[in-house]
Design a protein around this ligand. Structure first.
Ligand code: PEP
Ligand code: MG
Length: 793
């Protein structure tokens, strides 16, 4: 039998596949490059990729090296056929040493595969369904070991986002044909019409939407999303000229996107840049281009053709039930608008914004952030979209107040009228009366002054009046959050949520890419600590491309560290990236949701293996890197002494600890009133954890939302927590609270809170302390704290 693949080959294979995927412009070319590489590095005679057709019941050969190339697109098999079908049917890897002796072996003469002996096949999983299979075969008998399987599984996972993207775009082509050129209806489904005559209003109007980014803004409405339906466009005489014009517009838009991607990457980090890379892929999609050319030839009008093609895409995406896929419609829309601008030679957003403009859009498209003068944007309101779109994430990151999903805003808002937006509450007032304006002006001033004063204390340490020092770190998840750390004066990063990177990328970033990001963050903050948490996907943090199987109880299912241990290849790649970034000596590695010692041992084993792999490839890393645990499952809090002996630090994730202690799904609004992080039961678990950490001589922080909750601060300090990691903007508020407290009083408060029998009692204990510390009258945070304290008393 052949020897197994040497480890460094596997490592570089994954890095190279990720590289190919990140530069992917053409699906067929990408697939054929990947199969080529996999065959070479795994020393296999054949590597083939099969993808499911639209009905998901048949696999079609899409790329191969080793089988007859002519078989590509011709060989088809159903999921119950052959060994490749078996991997899709089982939704799991299939490894067979003597393939021809297997009852499921099926011979496809067109492929010329009778000479092959051993096979390893893994499915490409998308939302619990197999959407393809990646398979390798050898002519001599070979046993593929677990390392080979992990490597192939990881290759398949890296490939999946590109495949999903391409299939989405292909599905639009299909549905276009199916819709039988219903031109009339397409025209009506065109880009949204802004700037129509709107009925005049006598009174101010209050509208509600989804709070997407907090903050208060008062300013003039600027409606964006030019009314391309109403522009005058004179097509040239010939369809050929129109086609040439539209292709030129695409080329210019493509160049502009290249620049935008680089600029946004430079300014705000790779997570912003990745979104624009997706836009480039859309413009290079042959389906999109062909459809556009057809429409130009048919209509002889480039603008009309663009509008109709955009409408087709939009309608198709809107019919998809899955919200993740539905949101893709806005990426296509964003790209389309850019091309229309180039075609018309206009920049729709060029009109100067007045200071503090309230920008009203159909949806908050990422492209706006590159095009608008962000210094002038006071707030953004959108008619559509939720709080998790790219645009909403960008707004939050840049601290631009935003409300999304405000029904009717485009029709009701008039450019130039005054508007108020309250991003925390999701409220919008159009033409508000002067009393309301005065009230919100005061609220905004208080907000601005307080933020300013608080930020001015950024260099002061957080210390109680009697000198107990508390480390105040921040929870972040994107490189762009770095400036928030500086602005609000955090002592480091207590929780770097790496899954946000995956969500922003819509796929798993390559090891090198991860390393660049982690390294950038570690270097920027050194010597302050940077606590990088390994992937915490699953539960409510699901992403389509990751192929997380649907489960009846995802919060109790294969999430977080369980998922990482199941996808060991990806886990090791992430660990290597974190280790590689640890050279500055300030990186801490944190494992989420560990619930048993065995799980900790399993994770530690993979960490050791990742270290060995780096050593074998001559890469240096911090050999003393601290490895810590998130304590967010009651079993870990109860057995904290045992865990403390085997790790370097604890960080208590109170969001999950509350959910699992009180049996309340943190995402279920029906039981939201039962979700009570200040419940004495939760406090007792925090106490147990902090004491165990103290006995073992390791540090213990809190990084759940509780660390940002003013009522929790005195109690957590009293329970012996010495590091609080909160939302960046909460850091100065927490610091002010700590400055006003005497640690000597807090130990007794914490004891009383532990002995309380209801959360209401705990609230009262804390509120009394905050009042006694004079915080109600604090010039900056008093106005915020007053309602919280009064409600708790
Ligand atoms: C927590 O559970 O408290 C935590 C910080 O993790 P996340 O909110 O990311 O699950
Ligand atoms: Mg958690």
């Amino acid at each position: 039998m052949q020897p197994e693949t040497p480890i460094p080959d596997r490592v570089t294979l994954l890095a190279d596949v990720a590289e190919i995927v990140s530069r992917s412009h053409d699906l067929n070319e990408t697939l054929s490059n990947v199969v080529d590489l996999v065959a070479k590095r795994l020393d296999a005679d054949v590597c083939s990729l099969y993808l499911c057709g639209s009905d998901l019941s048949r696999l079609v050969l899409r790329a191969t090296v080793g089988l007859h190339r002519d078989a590509v697109h011709h060989v088809e098999l159903s999921l119950d056929e052959g060994l490749v079908g078996l991997a899709a049917e089982r939704k799991a890897p299939v490894v067979i040493d003597r393939a021809r002796e297997h009852p499921r072996y099926k011979y496809f003469p067109e492929t010329g595969e009778e000479r092959f002996e051993s096979l390893m096949a893994v499915p490409l999983m998308v939302r619990g369904r197999a959407s393809g299979v990646l398979a390798v075969q050898t002519t001599v008998p070979r046993h593929f070991d677990q390392g080979d399987v992990d490597t192939l599984v990881t290759c398949a996972q890296l490939l999946t986002p590109v495949v999903v993207n391409a299939q989405m775009l292909e599905s639009v082509s299909r549905s276009d044909r199916e819709q039988a050129e219903d031109d009339a209806s397409l025209e009506h489904a065109g880009v949204p019409i802004a700037g129509r005559r709107t009925p005049r209003r006598e009174f101010s109007l209050e509208l509600r939407g989804i709070p997407a980014a907090r903050g208060i803004a008062i300013g003039e409405v600027h409606k964006l999303g030019a009314d391309f339906a109403n522009v005058t466009y004179e097509p040239s005489e010939s369809a050929e000229q129109e086609e040439a014009d539209v292709m030129r517009a695409i080329l210019e838009a493509r160049r502009e996107l290249d620049d935008t991607r680089d600029e946004m990457g430079e300014q705000f980090g790779p997570d912003f840049a990745a979104v624009f890379h997706t836009h480039i892929q859309i413009l290079e999609d042959t389906g999109f281009l062909e459809k556009l050319k057809d429409a130009v030839r048919r209509t002889g009008n480039a603008l009309e053709a663009l509008r109709s093609v955009l409408a087709i895409y939009r309608k198709t995406f809107e019919r998809i039930e899955d919200p993740y896929f539905r949101e893709r419609a806005w990426d296509v829309e964003d790209v389309g608008r850019r091309v229309i601008e180039r075609l018309l030679g206009v920049r729709e957003d060029a009109p100067a914004l007045t200071d503090g403009a309230i920008v009203v859009v159909d949806n908050i498209l990422p492209g706006y952030f590159a095009r608008l003068d962000l210094d002038k944007v006071g707030a953004i309101i959108s008619e559509h979209g939720g709080a998790t779109s790219h645009g909403a994430i960008f707004a939050r990151t840049l601290e631009i107040p935003a409300v999304t999903g405000v029904e009717g805003i485009q029709e009701k808002a008039r450019s130039g009228e005054l508007a108020i937006i309250d991003g925390a509450e999701g409220r919008v007032y159009l033409s508000p009366d002067e009393h309301l304006v005065a009230e919100y002006q005061r609220a905004r001033e208080r907000y601005d002054v307080a933020i300013h004063h608080l930020d001015a204390m950024r260099d002061l340490p957080a210390e109680t009046r009697d000198g107990r020092r508390i480390q105040l770190t921040a929870n972040v998840g994107l490189a762009s959050d770095l400036r928030l750390i500086e602005q609000h004066g955090a002592d480091g990063i207590g929780l770097f949520r790496t899954e946000l990177l995956v969500l922003a990328h819509r796929g798993f970033p390559a090891e090198d890419e991860q390393e660049v990001l982690y390294e950038r963050v570690a270097k920027a903050l050194a010597p302050r600590p940077v606590t990088i948490r390994t992937l915490d996907l699953g539960g409510d943090k699901d992403i389509a491309d990751f192929g997380i199987a649907e489960e009846a109880n995802p919060q109790l299912g294969c999430r977080s560290i369980r998922l990482s241990l199941e996808r060991e290849g990806l886990f090791r790649a992430q660990l290597r990236a974190i280790l590689r970034a640890s050279e500055h000596g300030n990186v801490r590695l944190m494992l989420p949701m560990v619930s048993s010692i065995e799980e900790l041992h399993a994770a530690r084993k993979v960490i050791e293996q990742a270290k060995r792999e780096l050593e074998m490839s001559g890469r240096s890393y911090d050999r003393e890197i601290p490895v810590g645990l998130m304590i967010e499952v009651p079993s870990a809090a109860i057995l904290a002494d045992a865990f403390a002996r085997e790790c370097d630090f604890f960080s208590i994730g109170t969001n999950d600890l509350t959910q699992y202690t009180l049996a309340v799904d943190r995402t279920n609004e029906h039981v939201a009133h039962l979700y009570e992080p200040l419940h004495p039961a939760v406090l007792n678990l925090i106490d147990n954890t902090a004491r165990a950490a103290h006995r073992a001589g390791i540090s213990c922080s809190v990084c759940g939302e509780l660390a940002s909750n003013p009522l929790a601060v005195p109690l957590l300090v009293g329970l012996g927590i010495t590091e609080l990691s909160s939302t960046p903007s909460a850091v100065p508020v927490v610091k002010e609270i700590i400055h006003a407290l005497d640690a000597g009083d807090l130990d007794a408060d914490a004891r009383a809170a532990r002995e309380a029998s209801t959360a209401a009692e705990v609230h009262r204990i804390s509120a009394r302390r905050l009042r006694a510390a004079g915080l109600l009258d604090h010039p900056d945070i008093g106005p915020w704290l007053r309602p919280i304290i009064e409600a708790a008393e």
